[in-house]
Design a protein around this ligand. Sequence first.
Ligand SMILES: Nc1ncnc2c1ncn2[C@@H]1O[C@H](COP(=O)(O)OP(=O)(O)O)[C@@H](O)[C@H]1O
Ligand SMILES: Nc1ccn([C@@H]2O[C@H](COP(=O)(O)O)[C@@H](O)[C@H]2O)c(=O)n1
Length: 202
Amino acid sequence: MLIIGIAGGTGGGKTTVVNTIVDELKHDEVAVISQDSYYRDTSELSYEERTQINFDHPQSIDFDLLVNHLKALKKGEAIDQPIYSFKEHNRTGETILTHPKKVMIVEGILILTNPKLRKMCDIKIYVHADSDERLIRRLKRDMNERGRDLDEVLNRYQTTLKPMHQQFIEPTKEFADIIIPYNRYNTVAVDIVQTIIKEKLA
Ligand SMILES: Nc1ncnc2c1ncn2[C@@H]1O[C@H](COP(=O)(O)OP(=O)(O)O)[C@@H](O)[C@H]1O
Ligand SMILES: Nc1ccn([C@@H]2O[C@H](COP(=O)(O)O)[C@@H](O)[C@H]2O)c(=O)n1
């Protein structure tokens, strides 16, 4: 099994890069694990309390569960990947059965902050885009797809997103084997990653 970790700031283009890689591989060769699925279960909190959580801090993620799930997949076992709702700020309570595949992609803003997870990744990738570009993309996406308004996104950006990015996410660039500049769609870089994956699979 080849484990590929893909990190980078929110709105940087991680999901877009992952989708492009997945599209090129056979369905039975690849599966994706999203860090978002491993936001801690916070059902004990009210909705109002959940809106106050700092979702850009490494402690918001249940890395123990994520690492255990990856270990199980490596042993050939299927896992129940939790499903997360950005609208509810919580896990839905449902899971998706995820089978081990030749290529497992783990993607998320904080993936490279965790030493155990870093150790498990065969290839570590950081998708970089400038912060103004990321904020514009994030605004559009959160308002169109995640049920947020302008004030919510900008407030979260100033209070947690930007400081956490500077403190925890940006520094993980140094752990990356490959840094993909993604201010524009970078097909050349993604092609190179696809070639590396195909060579490893051959
Ligand atoms: N290079 C790009 N140029 C313009 N828009 C992009 C680019 N990459 C991604 N997007 C758009 O920006 C938004 C966030 O991208 P996404 O891949 O979800 O980022 P991430 O997973 O890193 O948060 C999406 O709506 C996506 O379509
Ligand atoms: N309930 C939540 C949980 C997380 N977020 C934000 O999602 C971002 C990570 O997802 P990407 O797809 O953008 O990588 C992260 O920056 C959190 O602030 C949220 O808004 N609500």
